[in-house]
Design a protein around this ligand. Sequence first.
Ligand code: DQA
Length: 147
Amino acid sequence: MARITVVNGPNLNLLGTREPSIYGSESLDDIHTKLCTAAEPEHTVHSVQSNGEGAIIDHLHQAQQAADGVLLNAGAYTHTSYAIRDAIAAINRPTIEIHLSNIHAREPFRTESVIAPVCVGQICGFGWYSYILGLHALLQLLGESSS
Ligand code: DQA
């Protein structure tokens, strides 16, 4: 049994209505439901969202005790936040960087991720399915995958 925490950053609470041509029409609740369907009954998925940098760091700190691995979509903080990068490095839990959009095919400022060096890997460009791919990758890494 693996405990997965999914941390979502700023503006992702608006998924479903936020620029659907880029981010799709699924809400964050829809994505959580899809993750649970893919993970249960063997594994647990705990999803959180915050628009604030400090709260995201607090969620990562909590994951050190509460989770075996983390899926993190840090939103725009991906490109700027050394504090979130340091939190990922500090918690000693495998963390996979997730993006709905292909950040490498968008504006130049999005192509840099300051958190990528401390994440196990990065999955981007598959819409809500990026999260499912991230879940499978994390379970494989944790030795919890049978496929
Ligand atoms: C995002 C990409 C970021 O550049 C952007 O700021 C987001 C969403 C994505 O999931 O594609 O908020 O992380």
